[in-house]
Design a protein around this ligand. Structure first.
Ligand SMILES: Nc1nc(=O)c2c([nH]1)NC[C@@H]1CN(c3ccc(C(=O)N[C@@H](CCC(=O)O)C(=O)O)cc3)CN21
Ligand SMILES: O=c1ccn([C@H]2C[C@H](O)[C@@H](COP(=O)(O)O)O2)c(=O)[nH]1
Length: 342
């Protein structure tokens, strides 16, 4: 996908060295936006293999969001990608789906005079019984979007919000992709995602595929043609290693940038990788793969191939299963392994 390569290249070319809470440093840049026309193919990366176990993780993660669960007890049977952020019982401090499907509605005393809130029994709200007794009202944002696309498709309010400020302020991992908007133009259904923080090598390839798939599934359900996926990432970053390896970039980014500026043919990215592996201190044997720059240079040296196609069974979103999504005409280059910064 050409747009992904531009994101990688722009972040390397314009990024700053930026340490962060994980202890694995980054090369980071501010605010990147791109669009992909989904009618012209599905934006699964072809410059590294994303089928097999990665596809398995990606689909199960999206189905988990749609389930509205606040735990990963079922998800972790399918993939380990969320295990590090959950407790023994599988609870996460912040689970996307819980906000998508069950966003908390303030109760009586939480409501200020003059505000409007749904009554009990409203079609998008549900009254849940809390485990310790008592009830709470929650709002299904996906239900709201699906019904509104039927009844009022020109609405400019088709927003799904996963950000809860009070939870985000104390959460171990507040949502990265925290709001998305459906937007109809003619007969095309577009989706725009805003992401506050994007791990270019690991998170972003999953994120862009998951929301593009969601656009297909919602277009199917509502009778629209699939349109474009727009993606804005505020802090785009490439993890560049811990300790001496990470710190090397602090001093040597200008040299790396000079090498990249001279590139005329994509095959030269492989030469820059060789130079880098030679010049930078090695990652410790028990901590390899946290520097994502070499792997991404390999990816840049590969030519983006034709985009595959995707087919999604015409079923209610709640009933979608792994086998309902199939990938066609996908011809990727070999996989690239990256370690995840926790
Ligand atoms: N640093 C960081 N990057 C992320 O992308 C990320 C987090 N943290 N924390 C929360 C979630 C978890 N996500 C993850 C976590 C791991 C992989 C990962 O290891 N992907 C492998 C495949 C692993 C598998 O499918 O089993 C890859 O090669 O893409 C991807 C996304 C996205 N998020
Ligand atoms: O879907 C996701 C989830 C997480 N990420 C990345 C972005 C950051 O590298 C980390 C989160 O760390 P913060 O310090 O909370 O920003 O996870 C992603 O890219 N996509």
């Amino acid at each position: 996908m050409r747009q992904y390569h531009e994101l990688v290249a722009d972040t390397l070319a314009g990024g700053c060295y930026k340490p962060n809470r994980t202890g694995v440093d980054t090369v980071a840049a501010f605010s990147h936006h791109y669009e992909v026309d989904l009618a012209e193919g599905f934006p699964l990366l072809t410059t590294k293999r994303m089928d097999g176990y990665r596809w398995n993780s990606l689909i199960h993660e999206l189905l988990w969001y749609l389930s509205g669960e606040e735990h990963i007890r079922d998800l972790r049977e399918e993939t380990k990608i969320w295990d590090a952020w959950a407790d023994e019982e599988g609870h996460l401090d912040t689970a996307y789906g819980r906000f998508w499907r069950r966003y908390p509605v303030p109760d009586g005393i939480g409501r200020l005079p003059g505000e409007s809130w749904p009554e009990e029994g409203h079609r998008w709200t549900e009254t849940e019984t809390a485990p310790g007794g008592g009830t709470r009202q929650v709002f299904d944002q996906i239900g709201y979007v699906l019904d509104s696309l039927d009844e009022n498709p020109n609405s400019r309010r088709l927003v799904v919000n996963a950000w809860h400020p009070a939870n985000a302020a104390v959460s171990t991992l507040p949502p990265c992709h925290y709001t998305f908007v459906f937007n109809v133009q003619g007969d095309r259904l577009n989706v725009h995602l805003t992401q506050r923080s994007g791990d270019i090598a690991l998170g972003v390839p999953f994120n862009l595929a998951a929301y593009s798939l969601l656009a297909h599934a919602v277009a199917n359900r509502t009778g629209f043609e699939v349109g474009s996926f727009g993606h804005t990432i505020v802090d785009t970053h490439i993890y560049c290693g811990a300790g001496d390896r990470g710190a090397w970039y602090d001093e040597h980014l200008p040299e790396l940038r000079a090498q990249l500026e001279g590139i005329e043919d994509r095959s030269e990215y492989a030469d820059v990788r060789e130079w880098l592996e030679d010049a930078a201190p090695p990652e410790p044997d028990d901590e390899t793969g946290y520097d994502h720059v070499p792997g991404l240079l390999t990816q840049l040296s590969r030519e983006p191939g034709d985009r595959p196609r995707i087919e999604v069974a015409d079923r209610p979103l709640e009933k979608l299963e792994y086998d309902d999504v199939s990938l066609k005409r996908y011809d990727p280059e070999p996989g690239i392994e990256f370690a995840v910064a926790e």
